[in-house]
Design a protein around this ligand. Structure first.
Ligand code: NAI
Length: 409
């Protein structure tokens, strides 16, 4: 267990929304005993009361972090979003307050990629309808229309984290991979970058979508370009619901142009389990519908717990901000024989020179100094002479435009 200048037992950690026990255990193992867990999300009013003395806040996607909450959280150093996105946090307000915000963007990448492969096998072999029939007591032994993945072409639209993982898994199964991305991407293995989306749509046996939800990707697959698909091809959407025009897809399936579909995301999704939902794809043959569970695995939850906990801990004890959405990213090793102080300030000219002048006037030796800025704020990590570190922290608090000063060790 490492030593910190601020007593660990006085660090208050609040975890909402049933965050994985892995995270609680992690902090307890590191000597942080003050971890409070609340099962659900809290309203703004409740949160304002709860966060007053909190140093680290852990949330998932349902807790809204508003400017009012941030204003009330005077001691807050960092927010850990134990999920994939950070939309629930007012990042602008958090930046202004110098509160670091972390998440776990890649924890379920592999969960989605693996499912895409599993669903592809099920659809190309026409297992869905045979399974339904078998459950009803009907024997449907037939090779007609059942194919193998080996030798087929997987068309990937969006070659980012998930798309490129799908690419690797497809090649391992003997598939060819053709992909299209709006950005230039290094093809992995033998994958081939197409010049445009049309090339992918008209040459693939299975088309898998892995693009983000943007104005440009709304109805990316629509009535017009479905016409380009190879007859008998399969469409998979494990990305975002607005990306496919589901009415156009259902018509193409009924007309036999598309031989199957795996859909996990929808333009409208129910709020909670048990709620009713409708899609034009219900009841169609060789269509697998899943309730937005592409990334929902036990492993992904554990990865999220570990990933965010480590990021929070590294910031708390070392000042490392890699992966932060607010305070600029700095990653640096501890320096022996020195004390480390963090200084977050408004990004206006002259702050760094004011820091250096204040310290040099008092004969405080700076062993290491790192600065990074974004439009709003600057983040300086200072390693200073052990004997004078307390005085240095006091001087830094007096520097104009200071938002936060914290001594780590
Ligand atoms: P990413 O940001 O790593 O990759 C997205 C890629 O799409 C980027 O390379 C980008 O350049 C490319 N792109 C953007 N617009 C494009 C366009 N119009 N045409 C072609 N390429 C375009 O994102 P990641 O992590 O791979 O996620 C992909 C999608 O999967 C996202 O929509 C994400 O929300 C979704 N997702 C779904 C899950 C589920 O449970 N079903 C779980 C996790 C992610």
């Amino acid at each position: 267990m490492s030593k910190t200048s601020y007593p660990k037992e006085r660090i208050n950690i609040l975890f909402l929304e049933n965050i994985s026990d892995k995270a609680v255990q992690y902090f307890k193992q590191q000597g942080y005993a003050n971890v409070k867990k609340i099962a659900g999300a809290l309203s703004e009013e409740e949160l304002v009361k709860e966060v007053k003395d909190v140093h680290l806040l852990g949330i998932r996607s349902k807790t809204q972090i508003t400017p009012k909450v941030l204003e009330a959280a005077k001691k807050l150093q960092a927010i850990g979003c134990f999920c994939i996105g950070v939309n629930q946090v007012d990042l602008k307000a958090a930046t202004k307050k110098g509160v670091v915000v972390f998440n776990a963007p890649y924890s379920n990448t592999r969960s989605v990629a693996e499912l895409v492969i599993g669903i592809s096998v099920m659809l190309i072999r026409k297992i869905v309808d045979k399974n339904i029939a078998a459950h009803k007591g009907i024997w449907m032994k037939d090779a007609k229309g059942s194919y193998e993945l080996r030798g087929k072409t997987m068309g990937i639209i969006g070659y980012g984290n998930i798309g490129s993982q799908v690419s690797v898994l497809c090649e391992a199964l003997g598939m060819k991979v053709l992909f299209y991305d709006t950005e230039t991407k290094l093809p992995l293995g033998n994958a081939v970058a197409a010049k445009n989306m049309k090339e992918v749509l008209s040459n693939s046996d299975i088309i898998s979508l892995h693009v983000p939800e943007t104005a440009q990707t709304k109805n990316l697959i629509n009535r017009n370009n479905i016409k380009l698909f190879k007859k008998g091809s399969i469409l998979l959407n494990y990305a975002r619901g607005e990306v496919v025009d589901l009415k156009a897809l259902s018509e193409a399936i009924k007309e036999g142009v598309i031989a199957g579909a795996g859909i996990d995301v929808y333009p409208w999704e129910p709020e909670k389990n048990g709620d009713h939902f409708d899609t034009p794809l219900q009841g169609l043959p060789n269509v697998i519908l899943t309730p937005h569970i592409g990334g929902s695995t036990e492993e992904a939850q554990q990865n999220i717990g570990e990933d965010v906990s480590v990021k929070l801990f590294q910031y708390l004890e070392r000042g490392i901000t890699n992966g932060s959405h607010t305070v600029p990213a700095i990653g640096l090793p501890p320096v022996d024989g020195a004390h480390r102080i963090l200084h977050i300030h408004k990004n206006v000219p002259g702050v760094l020179s004011a820091i250096n002048t204040a310290l040099s006037k008092n004969n405080i030796n700076i062993v290491g100094q790192y600065l990074k800025t974004n439009e709003e704020i600057g983040y300086v990590v200072l390693d200073v002479d052990k004997k004078l570190s307390k005085r240095a922290a006091e001087l830094l608090k007096e520097v104009k435009e200071t938002i936060k000063v914290r001594m780590l060790y």
